[in-house]
Design a protein around this ligand. Structure first.
Ligand code: HEC
Ligand code: HEC
Ligand code: HEC
Length: 432
């Protein structure tokens, strides 16, 4: 410890810290009061009857897929876009809203301006603040004409009378004040500013990835208050509650796109599989509901943008032979017995059917959550038009215990030239 220090400077320091903290509290408090008083600009627009062209409606239907609105607004077995889907967060469950044009319970009485305010500022028609489980932190970048097209499309849906379900949030999260504080700290409405130094293709890709595609909702790290640090830093994030890890899109050791990997990325987003990789878990759902429906032009633009994002990625470390780990013998036995028939004796996989495990970034990246999920739950890559009958993997929850799962995962991370840290039993236990 710093025993040479006498008490004085330390007291001074703690006083400074306290004063600093007080200043922050006062500032946040003042901003919150300003916020609650509604000083945030409210869009004033004449209420004109809304008339949409069929082109707008068609465009809106496409954008709804790009934004994957149905994933959260159509309940399993429920009416299309009638909401009521529970989104689990570390603070409780937030229920999505009814977006059908029902006057009493949906968006029937909304104007295009009300709708734009919700998308762009995260405020409901009556002015209350919406929870960021609705990813308006990304949608805020949406252009007004795209918002109007989405609105036009939603107006064509069959109205469904279904009142919005109350959120099941713990105190203090259920209060508007807590949400106002959160917004002061973590949200600023913004518009998409095209970068004139870049190609229109890059800008289109950036708009889709950062805006409607809301890739940051999963691929960005979150702090303790559930906020993404910089909404657009796609540095990889753990999806709350589900125990999946959405890998970094800026690091080529995880899911960052290399310049010669653009075509593969388009294929992955379109079909759910590409040479050596497949979309799993929550990403499989993104492919099924959203990206497989996008045009090749848009997917290409997204891949070009993603490749640029990852262009500053640190290179993969070069391992000396002496540093290579010795793979677990127990793990090898489990692998030969349960896994090799599909993934191959040497982890080489089978093209078009089973992912190789040797040299696969999804196997060697730092975070092991997805490996645990894959082995315990098994799964299918998404069934898409481009890959209608995918090969599946059986769940091993009943067959292998936690220690065996840890052994086999440690083995595949260290065999055949792979050189990632072993997976502990504790990691397996924590991620289910
Ligand atoms: C990840 C889940 C998710 C996605 C994706 C999503 N929403 Fe939502 N949305 C929600 C939740 C949850 C709420 C409720 C928020 C609240 O009540 O505070 C909501 C609320 C809304 C509201 C406000 C409704 C009201 O009555 O105040 C609108 C408008 C909306 N969403 C439109 C959309 C559109 C359009 C898309 C696609 C571009 C979309 N949402 C995609 C989760 C989502
Ligand atoms: C609902 C959460 C979620 C959203 C939204 C999401 N992802 Fe993912 N993504 C994941 C998860 C989890 C994985 C890891 C599983 C896997 O490898 O498929 C992943 C993996 C990936 C991979 C690597 C796939 C592989 O195996 O090589 C790419 C590339 C990717 N996502 C791109 C995107 C893009 C682009 C968007 C926005 C259009 C996006 N993701 C939106 C959750 C999400
Ligand atoms: C019947 C064939 C089959 C068997 C047996 C099998 N797998 Fe798989 N495995 C697959 C398929 C198919 C996928 C792609 C699943 C998906 O996309 O959801 C996969 C995916 C994986 C992945 C994710 C790879 C990636 O690129 O994201 C890992 C890791 C994995 N398997 C490990 C194992 C281990 C370990 C075992 C043995 C305990 C095993 N598998 C047994 C077929 C199999």
């Amino acid at each position: 410890m710093h025993c040479r220090r006498n008490g004085k400077p330390m007291i001074k320091k703690s006083l400074q810290t306290r004063l600093g903290l007080l200043a922050v509290v006062v500032l946040v408090g003042a901003m919150t009061i300003w916020y609650l008083s509604g000083a945030e600009p409210v869009i004033a627009e004449a209420q004109t009857p809304f008339a949409a062209t069929s082109q707008q409606v068609e465009q809106g239907a496409y954008l709804a897929r790009a934004g994957n609105c149905a994933a959260c607004h159509t309940a399993r077995g429920g009416a299309v876009y009638a909401g009521g889907v529970g989104i689990a967060t570390p603070f409780g469950t937030v229920y999505s809203s009814n977006l059908t044009p029902d006057a009493a319970t949906g968006l029937g009485n909304w104007s295009p301006a009300d709708f734009w305010r919700a998308m762009h500022q995260g405020r409901s028609r009556d002015g209350h603040w919406l929870y960021p489980a609705f990813p308006y932190t990304s949608y805020t970048l949406i252009r007004r004409e795209d918002s109007d097209a989405l609105f036009a499309y939603l107006r064509t849906l069959a109205p469904v009378t279904q009142p919005n379900q109350a959120h099941a949030l713990a105190f203090p999260w259920r209060s508007q004040t807590a949400l106002a504080v959160w917004r002061v700290l973590f949200f600023k409405s913004a518009g998409f500013e095209p970068d004139p130094a870049r190609t229109p293709q890059w800008n289109r890709g950036a708009y889709l990835v950062r805006g409607l595609g809301h890739c940051a909702a999963c691929h960005a790290p979150r702090n303790l208050l559930g906020a993404t640090h910089e909404a657009n830093a796609l540095r990889g994030g753990v999806i709350p509650v589900q125990h999946w890890y959405a890998p970094s899109l800026v690091d080529t050791r995880e899911a960052g796109v290399q310049p010669d990997d653009i075509a593969q990325t388009v294929q992955l987003l379109k079909t759910g599989i590409a040479a050596g990789r497949s979309a799993m878990g929550p990403m499989a759902e993104v492919v099924v509901r959203s990206t497989q429906h996008l045009t090749d032009v848009d997917l290409q633009a997204m891949a070009v943008y993603l490749a640029d994002l990852a262009s500053a990625s640190p290179p993969a470390p070069v391992l000396r032979a002496a540093d290579r780990p010795t793979p677990s013998v127990t793990g090898e036995k489990i692998y030969t017995r349960h896994c090799a028939q599909c993934h191959g004796e040497r982890g080489e996989g089978a093209p078009g059917a089973y992912a190789p495990l040797a040299g696969n970034r999804a196997v060697t990246m730092g975070h092991s959550a997805n490996l645990v999920q894959a082995v315990l739950k098994g799964g299918f890559p998404p069934a898409t038009a481009g890959n209608p009958r995918p090969f599946g993997m059986p769940p091993f929850r009943q067959t292998l215990d936690d220690a065996e799962v840890a052994e086999v995962l440690s083995y595949i991370r260290q065999a055949w030239g792979n050189a990632a840290p072993a997976v502990s039993v504790l990691e397996v236990m924590q991620r289910q």
